[in-house]
Ligand binder design. Structure first.
Ligand code: HEC
Length: 229
């Protein structure tokens, strides 16, 4: 009973605080899965499209915290496993957040999460660490590298492809490197992000969960337009 009450209290607090905690123009949804979808409210963080891709990309690569490698017994592949180290409303005491902020993870030499990405995770925990998917109006009107694609790569790909030479020798850490790789391998790239059935599972990107249709559309539009910066 106590637990039920505390859950309701927490929900009430989250609802009550929503509009005071978050001011428009902060990290909000622009950091994430919708490519800056303007129709999603800026006062909620979407776990499935904004937070999960970062944990999968920066923590769950082969040899680390995916379901087969389980480094240190830790798996970070979905909501249930990530919540083993998250305390809703309490980022400071959340193990799987603290370890990122004290520079222990990802390990030195691996691509690191940016301050913006860390702030987004913090905000998600502060707002109750919900397992939510935001109903997105898919906004594909912004599809240049700096307005959309860069953030998608940063969140969904660069835990593995953010430091040269990158997993599978694919380095997506800069505009120039992304542009060069994709120009030379356009068909393969598009197949990989569409999880094309003709590719072996290991080459479907990101490995594991496919990106949102919206993000795939944005990247495809960007490529078809000649990859504008
Ligand atoms: C968890 C780690 C991880 C993430 C996240 C990831 N990749 Fe990869 N990627 C790999 C590995 C490992 C390979 C090499 C696969 C192989 O053995 O061929 C690879 C290969 C590729 C390839 C070459 C395909 C091929 O023939 O091998 C492309 C293109 C690619 N990734 C694009 C992406 C894009 C775009 C994203 C983000 C949307 C992404 N990857 C996210 C690990 C990752």
């Amino acid at each position: 009973m106590k637990k039920i009450i505390s859950i309701f209290t927490l929900i009430a607090i989250v609802i009550a605080c929503k509009h005071t905690i978050l001011e428009p123009g902060t990290v909000g949804n622009s950091g994430g899965g919708t490519g800056g979808g303007s129709s999603t409210p800026t006062d909620s963080i979407c776990f499935q499209t904004e937070i999960l891709p970062m944990y999968q990309s920066y923590c769950a690569s082969a040899g680390c915290h995916n379901s087969t490698s389980r480094a240190d017994g830790i798996v970070l592949v979905d909501y249930t496993t990530i919540m083993q180290g998250i305390i809703p409303g309490n980022p400071t005491n959340s193990k799987y957040f603290k370890i990122i902020t004290n520079n222990k993870m990802p390990p030195a030499g691996s691509p690191q999460l940016s301050a913006t990405q860390i702030a987004l995770i913090q905000k998600w925990i502060t707002l109750g660490a919900l397992n939510n998917t935001c109903p997105t109006g898919c906004d594909t009107s912004k599809f240049t590298y700096t307005s959309a694609v860069q953030t998608i790569f940063a969140n969904s790909c660069n835990g593995c492809h953010g430091n040269a030479p990158g997993s599978g020798n694919v380095y997506l850490g800069t505009y120039a490197s992304s542009q060069a790789y994709i120009s030379a391998n356009t068909t393969l790239f598009l197949k990989a992000i569409n999880h094309d059935a003709t590719l072996p599972a290991i080459q479907r990107m990101p490995q594991g969960t496919k990106m949102s249709d919206c993000n795939i559309k944005i990247i495809t539009k960007w490529i078809n337009a000649g990859m504008p910066k």
